[in-house]
Design a protein around this ligand. Structure first.
Ligand code: GEK
Length: 246
């Protein structure tokens, strides 16, 4: 996944920066984009694999919601060996992502069936699930619809099942939030993004990706019924949580 083309989508000055969309142009550079933009992305994927191995149950389904090119699907599948009768459902509402994801998954052998569906996670049926992963997807759902998405996930999980939720978040302290945003931008600069790329990407994404505080995420998870919620990874303003249904 690291050998994708270099992301230069925002390298040239744009007269008007449009809202960010997950189109073919993004698909072509996606692995490079996400690796250079999300601190800890590879560590989080690794952790998703470990947690999946622990919480996947025989005769259940494992979901990857907002799968993009299937990075989390792949790492989960690699960690499911020996667990009987599993099915993976990977979903994304970008046609371009889904098509490339199917091609990508075909390149890896496994006995565990993985179905890639083009669907909006707000409408997808979730049932008999033991692990549901949302790796940086909930942040693209309008804030007032996040609770109902989480409720559907909770209702579709088996007892003992888990939601693995990764999100960019904002600190409730404005000054410290600035510090975290700054550190993230430093991370992007160190990975070769220019000031222009950073600022144009920021303008493109600000309307489509609204971030909540960690406290809001935790409260929402409790409100839909999860009893145990734990942060297991954080780097700057990026975090990964596990929520367990008892
Ligand atoms: C990874 N999980 O590499 N329904 C379905 N998919 C959606 C929706 C929706 N309503 N909204 C956005 N998406 C991946 C990375 S990327 C994160 C996830 C990022 C999809 C969107 O099309 C995109 O593919 C994905 O969510 C978000 O582990 O680019 O920052």
């Amino acid at each position: 996944m690291h050998d994708s083309k270099k992301d230069a989508i925002f390298a040239e000055p744009l007269t008007q920066v449009s809202d960010f969309v997950f189109d073919q142009k993004v698909v072509e550079v996606f692995p490079d984009m996400i690796n250079r933009s999300v601190p800890g992305y590879q560590s989080i994927l690794h952790g998703i694999g470990q947690l999946t191995q622990r919480f996947a149950q025989p005769h259940s389904k494992v979901y990857d919601l907002g799968c993009s090119l299937g990075a989390a699907t792949l790492v989960m599948r690699q960690n499911l060996a020996g667990i009987a009768d599993l099915q993976i459902v990977a979903a994304d509402n970008s046609v371009a992502m889904v098509e490339r994801c199917r091609l990508h998954l075909e390149g890896f052998r496994s006995d565990i069936p993985a179905e890639v569906v083009c669907a909006d996670v707000r409408e997808l049926d979730i049932d008999n699930a033991s692990v549901v992963t949302m790796n940086f997807t909930l942040q693209f759902i309008p804030q007032d619809q996040r609770q109902s998405v989480l409720q559907r996930i909770y209702d579709g999980l088996k007892p003992g099942g888990v939601l693995l939720l990764s999100e960019k978040f904002k600190s409730e302290n404005a000054d410290l939030n600035e510090v975290l945003v700054d550190l993230h931008h430093e991370f992007k600069r160190a990975n070769g993004y220019s000031e222009l790329e950073i600022s144009q990407k920021r303008a493109a994404i600000e309307n489509v990706m609204r971030v909540d505080s960690l406290a809001t995420h935790q409260q929402r998870l409790h409100d839909v019924g999860f009893t145990a919620v734990q942060v297991w990874f954080q780097c700057y303003n990026f975090t990964a949580l596990i929520a367990v249904k008892n």
